[in-house]
Write a protein of this length. Structure first.
Lengths: 269, 255
């Protein structure tokens, strides 16, 4: 070190930390929607986008209002929601049970993991005709399709979650002489809860996708039937109205799971 | 209730971890196990509580556990092993529920152990709200709740900073002084060993064998921070262990 280097002006250390830490900015998401819809509205009005390509957002809104006023909204929503509820509840609950069994028993794991891997990539939509033969063209085949579609991702998420439960907590349970059943109920299941819930987020989104597929055959009412009918008539306003309803349904289920997570998992730091 | 290790040997595959260890743990005594890392002291503790089986030898309980003892051999773990989704009270009631102790009886036990570990005000707190020292106090309270005959402590203070460690050592001494308990205390920290041990068992490096047993007659309550008498013992222990520790450190791991 010479004297010249010491007498030089001090340089402030450059800040190079920060970032990589997501923060909540609620209004940004809303702003993106508003800007996008505003742009489409402007573009369709000015003729920048032809009405054959995209419907006017205000027309879609008008269609939605009309749908509500004519009472058809509920007529479509009630069967759709009940199909979604029955199918998703069946698929998710059986999926959680099977996932927990895979997580707990080596033989079940050895037997069912390859089977799940084989079932997972099958496009369930392709099986709709088969389900119609098996379960009838009425509600049965629709429940089955949605249930089957939610089942596989739930299984995979659940056994992954059970595998990730801290083994030292299980050893602790054993060292205090807890019964096997107590360890499963009080340590394994609560410990697997975060993973199961995040798996459920994906499963429910898949259930909504499959709802439309399920209503392809033998459904007079239902959001899926409504969209498919509008699509085959190239009625873009109604098509988009239906899509908006499905999007909102997705946002609502995801929000509901978020609320459950905040309630059940408030112990997470 | 005393506990006896009778000719314990153990190997993981080709690797011999422990060789012919025999040891008696007398009731009301704290026995510290020290040794270089990888000498199998934690493995030995897992044998003591029946969480693992030795290749050869037996662990024997001599005499019946005291009246009201729910879980004779009870661990305190290095990583606390608290359920993060249960409050302090819930974590303690967890180990009582399986013995059918609920309601007022459980409340009485929980209140008693929380008072003994100075945690009464924190009964409703979740583990994430507690510091490391507090978490280990909860774990100790949970262990006391089942009235153990022998406490098996696996480096209970190793995850804590040195100041918290001093505080908790004082707490353990006070706890023992009020109501002597039997404990096997595994540590690699010689200062903890001379502070808390009535007997200190020094293990050699792998394969672990008992290389010396040091008895300290001075009562726990009279041992203080930086006690010259204890420093002498600690120095002696360190001369016993230094070369072993260095050799263990330089060993290649066979994994």
């Amino acid at each position: 070190m010479s004297d010249t280097s010491l007498s030089r002006q001090p340089i402030e250390v450059r800040f190079r930390g920060g970032g990589f830490a997501p923060r909540a900015h609620r209004w940004v998401g809303l702003a993106v929607f508003v800007v996008l819809i505003g742009f489409v509205e402007w573009a369709t009005r000015s003729g920048f986008i032809t009405s054959l390509t995209l419907p006017k957002p205000s027309d879609v809104l008008a269609t939605l209002v009309e749908l509500w006023q004519s009472g058809l909204f509920l007529k479509h929503m009630v069967p759709s929601l009940s199909r979604l509820a029955v199918g998703a509840v069946c698929g998710a609950s059986v999926g959680i049970c099977v996932g927990v069994l895979i997580g707990l028993f080596s033989y079940v794991r050895a037997g069912l993991v390859p089977l799940t891997a084989a079932l997972f990539p099958i496009p369930k939509i392709a099986l709709l005709p088969l389900f119609v033969i098996w379960f009838g063209i009425d509600e049965g085949s629709k429940y089955a399709l949605i249930a089957f579609g939610t089942f596989t991702p739930t299984v995979v998420a659940t056994y992954g979650a059970v595998d990730n439960v801290d083994r030292s907590l299980i050893r602790m349970g054993q060292s205090f002489g807890l019964s096997w059943f107590s360890i499963v109920r009080k340590i394994v299941l609560p410990g697997a809860m975060p993973g199961i819930l995040s798996g459920l987020r994906i499963s429910l989104a898949i259930a909504i996708i499959l709802l439309v597929a399920a209503e392809m055959l033998g459904a007079q009412y239902g959001i899926g039937a409504y969209i498919l009918e509008a699509g085959s008539l190239y009625d873009l306003e109604r098509l988009f109205a239906g899509v908006v309803i499905l999007s909102l349904l997705g946002v609502l289920t995801s929000g509901a799971i978020g609320i459950i997570e905040r309630r059940v998992l408030d112990w997470r730091s | 209730m005393d506990i006896r290790l009778d000719g314990i040997s153990h190997s993981y595959g080709e690797t011999e971890v422990l060789r012919d260890i025999s040891l008696d743990v007398k009731s009301g005594q704290m026995v510290c196990l020290v040794g270089p890392s990888g000498c199998g002291k934690s493995t030995l503790l897992r044998f003591l509580g029946g969480l693992e089986r030795p290749t050869a030898g037996r662990v024997l309980q001599l005499g019946a556990p005291p009246e009201g003892c729910l879980n004779p051999l009870t661990y305190v773990f290095q990583d606390f092993a608290l359920l993060p989704w249960r409050s302090v009270r819930g974590n303690i009631s967890l180990v009582l529920e399986d013995h059918g102790i609920r309601g007022a009886r459980a409340e009485a036990i929980i209140a008693d152990v929380l008072a003994r570990t100075k945690l009464t005000d924190f009964a409703q707190a979740l583990p994430k709200q507690l510091s490391g020292g507090m978490k280990q106090r909860v774990a100790i309270a949970r262990a006391l709740a089942v009235k153990p005959a022998v406490m098996l402590m696996d480096e209970p203070l190793s995850a804590l900073d040195s100041q918290t460690r001093e505080l908790l050592m004082d707490d353990l001494v006070a706890l023992w002084d009020r109501q002597p308990f039997t404990a096997v205390y595994v540590t690699h920290n010689l200062a903890e060993a001379v502070r808390l041990g009535h007997r200190i068992v020094v293990l050699s490096r792998r394969p672990g064998q008992v290389c010396e047993v040091v008895e300290i007659a001075k009562p726990l309550a009279e041992r203080g921070y930086a006690d010259p008498e204890l420093e002498k013992v600690q120095k002696h222990l360190w001369t016993l262990m230094r070369d072993e520790a260095r050799a263990a450190d330089e060993e290649l791991l066979n994994v």
